[in-house]
Design a protein around this ligand. Structure first.
Ligand code: NAD
Length: 327
């Protein structure tokens, strides 16, 4: 069987949003497992260079915005793969809809246009990281790529637009692209000091600090949680696999977990938690989610490797260390 991952070994790679939660985990894997020559582009609006630890000196870090095309485009010279992860987070999309449009979608169009007009001879794949939030509140579960989308936030609108540009530039101009739609990624490296940190990170952080866990609504809302290493491996596969060319793939587990169940899973590793039920926010308008991963499994032979029990255990250990170091 061909090991497609090996194709990225020693390649020149550019990662936008490469200091973010998914981004810096992806960068670490590219640098350490595949010895890639990595350019990290990030404006530090939602992270900082030190998240890369000792790996910072192994990369070419460029603090700049993906909207600054004058500085960004020259960096594409000789690049084999581009991973476009820079984004504004869902929690701010109600407040800053225009900025979301610019960073999440317009920057994607700008990059694709540049690729179209400049024919980068080395470029093998441009990967866009979309989101399963584009499915909205589907009644049919698990949700597959062929199911209708239902946009319920400015964030989802811009991610769907960025993804559509990515697919269209492949269909119409033969630009080598692919997209992944992540579902609630969690795990080590999701900084609790980041105001947009996911629910699982927030819960573990609060639990370790013996603070109450805030649950929005009744806690019966469900999501499909993906461990970070699985999200990273799917993203690299979307770049290197020939059958990912011009296509889009769900990345999740098909396992539905409610927020109340999450609290119990965390409690199993720690002691009794204090739970506080608070009013839902405007972005809490999706009741249930689980993701059909048949397509990525059948076409790219990808399956998640880490279940919730192990993932939560690993995440708790990471947060413990993080809190110890930040004392
Ligand atoms: N984490 C998840 O659960 C999840 C789920 C679905 C989709 N996604 C997608 O995955 C990608 C990565 O998400 P994440 O969780 O790592 O987010 P993140 O916020 O941790 O990382 C995004 C990074 O982009 C940077 N950034 C923001 N605006 C920028 C700009 N104008 N120029 C350059 N850099 C900029 C931020 O500083 C940050 O480091 C995003 O495209 C997101 O939409 C993530």
């Amino acid at each position: 069987m061909i090991n497609h991952y090996q194709k990225i070994k020693n390649c020149k790679v550019l990662v936008t949003g490469g200091l973010g939660f998914v981004g810096h985990n992806l960068v670490k894997e590219l640098v350490n497992k595949y010895q890639c020559d990595v350019i990290v582009v990030d404006d530090c609006s939602n992270s900082y260079p030190e998240v890369l630890g000792d790996d910072l000196k192994k990369v070419n870090f460029q603090q700049l915005s993906v909207l600054d095309s004058k500085k960004l485009f020259p960096l594409f010279k000789g690049v084999d793969y581009i991973f476009h992860l820079a984004c504004k987070q869902i929690s701010s999309s109600g407040k800053e809809p225009h900025l979301h449009l610019k960073v999440n979608a317009e920057s994607t169009l700008d990059i694709l246009e540049f690729i179209r007009n400049n024919k980068l001879p080395n470029l093998k794949r441009f990967v866009y990281t979309s989101s399963t939030s584009i499915y909205g509140s589907s009644v049919k579960l698990p949700i597959s790529e062929d199911d209708p989308t239902l946009v319920l936030s400015g964030y989802a609108a811009t991610k769907l637009l960025g993804e559509n540009y990515t697919l269209m530039y492949n269909r119409n101009y033969d630009i080598p692209t692919s997209s992944v739609r992540y579902s609630n990624v969690y795990g080590p490296g999701q900084s609790p000091t980041n105001p947009y940190c996911g629910v699982l990170g927030k819960f573990i952080h609060s639990a370790l600090k013996k603070e109450p866990l805030n649950i929005f609504g009744d806690g019966e809302q469900t999501r499909d949680y993906t461990y970070i290493d699985d999200a990273v491996s799917a993203t690299i596969l979307a770049a290197v696999h020939p059958r990912a060319y011009g296509d889009v793939f769900n990345v999740g587990t098909s396992v539905e977990t409610s927020v109340n169940e999450l609290a119990v899973l965390i409690e199993n590793n720690l002691e009794k938690l204090t739970i506080k039920y608070v009013d839902e926010r405007d972005i809490d308008n999706i009741r249930r989610r689980s993701i059909d991963i048949t397509k990525i499994h059948n076409n790219l032979s990808w399956s998640p490797k880490t279940n919730m029990k192990t993932g939560i255990h690993l995440t708790i250990n990471w947060y413990r260390d993080f809190l110890k170091k930040s004392k």
